[in-house]
Design a protein around this ligand. Structure first.
Ligand SMILES: [Fe+2]
Length: 410
C-alpha cells in the first residue's frame, strides 16, 4: 500500500504497467520540508521505517533527481537496511583486480573519498573525484554466453541479460542486504530489445539493470519443487568466480549449460572450505513473510537436502546435475511480465534488496565506445555500494542441522 504523508518520507509502487507480475518497484519521495537531495541527518526514525517498508515490500526503490548526493551517504544508507553491515564493500577493501577472478573484467574503481563505493560504467574519464584517469567497462553477454547474439541481431538492437546474480563473492564475505546504485551520468542511446522463450519481445533502455523477485521465483515452482527448495542447502563453488572464469552461460544468463571449462582447484588462488559460502536455498527476509528463492545458478556446486520426516540427508555433488536442477527451478521466471528493467535517469538513486532479488546487467554499450571517446553523451558513470553484512541469510524453514552460518561447516 502506498504510504503518503506529505510532511514525511512516503512512497508509491511504480505504475501497474511497469510492475506487471514482477512484485518489484516503488518510488520514494523525500519529505517536502527537507532538502531535495538525500541527507540522512534530516530523516526522522519514522521516515527510516517507511524507507525500510518501501524496500522490503517492493525490493527495488528509486529516488529521482539525487545529483550531487554526498558519496558517504551511500554506505550510511546501506546501514538503514542492515545495521550489521560492515564498512567494507562485499568485493573487498579494494576493487577486484586479480586477473584470475572474472569480476576483474569490470575494471571497477573506488571513490577515494568513500572506498565502499565502487565506480562502474562505460568509457574513459579524467580527473574524476581525485582519480587522474579512469576507464570503466560495461560488460555484456557477448563475453559470457555460450552462443551470443549474432552480429545482425546486435545491429538490430537486441540484447540479453549478462549474468543473473546477487552481489556477493560467495567466499569469505556475506552478501549485503542491499545494494545502492546512483546514476551519475546516463548515455543517450536508442532503446534495445530483449526476447523471451515464448517469442515475446520487450523494449528496454540501453543499459537497463534487470531484476526478478526471489519471492515470485518461489511462487512459480511446483509444490514438489517448493518442498525440495525449502529442505535444501546450497554450497557454492570454492572461489566461485575463479571457478567459472572460463565457463559460458545459457542465453538467459542463468546457468552454465556445459561442463569442462571449470578452473581446477590447484589453479585458483588459495582457498579453504570454511570460507566457502553455503546458504539455504529459500530465505526468510525482513519485512516479509514470503519465501525467497535465492540461488546463483552459475556458481552452484553442491545441494544438500534433508528429509524433514526422517532427517536423512541426500547430497547432490555432481555439478552438472546441480546446475540443471537449479536451472529447472529458476528458469520459468524468465518471462517479460516477471522482469523489471530499470530505465536509468541521471540522478537516480536506486536501492535494491540484494537478498530478495536476482539482478543482471543488460545492454550492448561497447558498440558506442568509439563515439564515447569524443562524445561525452555516450558515456556512462554509476556509483555502486554493497557492503558485507554481519549476519548470514536466514532459512525460510528452520530444522535441526540447518546451516545458517553462511559458510561451509568443517
Ligand atoms: Fe551486481
Amino acid at each position: 500500500m502506498p504510504s503518503r504523508n506529505e510532511s514525511g518520507l512516503w512512497f508509491e509502487p511504480l505504475p501497474a504497467d511497469i510492475r506487471r507480475e514482477s512484485s518489484i518497484g516503488a518510488e520514494v519521495h523525500l519529505p517536502a520540508s527537507g532538502p531535495p537531495v538525500l541527507d540522512l541527518a534530516s530523516l526522522t526514525e519514522a521516515d527510516k521505517d517507511t524507507l525500510r517498508q518501501a524496500l522490503f515490500e517492493n525490493q527495488v526503490i528509486v529516488l529521482r533527481n539525487q545529483t550531487g548526493i554526498d558519496p558517504t551517504t551511500l554506505p550510511a544508507l546501506t546501514r538503514i537496511f542492515d545495521p550489521t553491515a560492515s564498512d567494507i564493500h562485499s568485493a573487498g577493501e579494494k576493487a577486484v583486480s586479480d586477473p584470475r577472478n572474472i569480476l576483474s573484467a569490470y575494471k571497477a574503481g573506488r571513490l577515494p573519498c568513500a572506498p565502499q563505493v565502487g565506480i562502474i560504467g562505460s568509457g574513459k574519464f579524467r580527473s574524476y573525484k581525485g582519480i587522474p584517469e579512469l576507464e570503466v567497462v560495461h560488460l555484456d553477454h557477448t563475453t559470457f554466453h555460450e552462443e551470443p547474439l549474432p552480429a545482425e541481431k546486435l545491429a538490430a538492437g537486441y540484447t540479453r541479460p549478462y549474468r543473473w546474480h546477487m552481489d556477493t563473492p560467495f567466499y569469505e564475505r556475506l552478501p549485503g542486504e542491499v545494494t545502492v546504485l546512483h546514476a551519475v551520468q546516463v548515455p543517450e542511446l536508442p532503446d534495445q530489445k530483449l526476447s523471451f522463450p515464448d517469442g515475446s519481445e520487450e523494449e528496454i533502455a540501453a543499459g537497463a539493470t534487470a531484476f526478478f523477485s526471489g519471492a515470485r521465483a518461489f511462487e512459480l515452482l511446483t509444490p514438489e519443487q517448493q518442498e525440495f527448495a525449502l529442505n535444501t542447502t546450497v554450497t557454492y563453488a570454492p572461489q566461485a568466480y575463479e571457478y567459472i572464469r572460463h565457463c559460458k552461460a545459457t542465453e538467459d544468463g542463468m546457468t552454465i549449460p556445459t561442463m569442462g571449462r571449470e578452473t581446477k582447484a590447484e589453479d585458483m588462488s588459495e582457498w579453504q572450505w570454511d570460507k566457502v559460502a553455503e546458504h539455504p536455498m529459500v530465505w526468510r527476509n525482513p519485512g516479509s513473510d514470503r519465501p525467497f528463492l535465492q540461488v546463483h545458478g552459475c556458481c552452484v556446486y553442491k545441494l544438500t537436502t534433508r528429509d524433514p520426516a526422517t532427517g536423512t540427508l541426500t547430497v547432490m555433488n555432481d555439478v552438472e546435475r546441480v546446475r540443471a536442477t537449479v536451472y529447472a527451478m529458476q528458469r520459468r521466471i524468465w518471462q517479460a511480465g516477471h522482469i523489471y528493467a530499470h530505465r536509468w535517469q541521471e540522478g537516480d538513486l536506486v536501492v535494491f534488496h540484494n537478498r530478495g532479488v536476482m539482478h543482471s546487467i543488460t545492454g550492448q554499450l561497447a558498440q558506442y565506445q568509439k563515439e564515447a571517446q569524443a562524445d561525452d553523451s555516450k558515456k556512462r558513470l554509476m556509483w555502486q555500494c554493497t557492503m558485507t553484512s554481519g549476519t548470514a541469510p536466514k532459512a525460510f524453514r528452520t530444522y535441526g542441522g540447518v546451516n545458517e552460518t553462511g559458510f561451509v561447516r568443517v
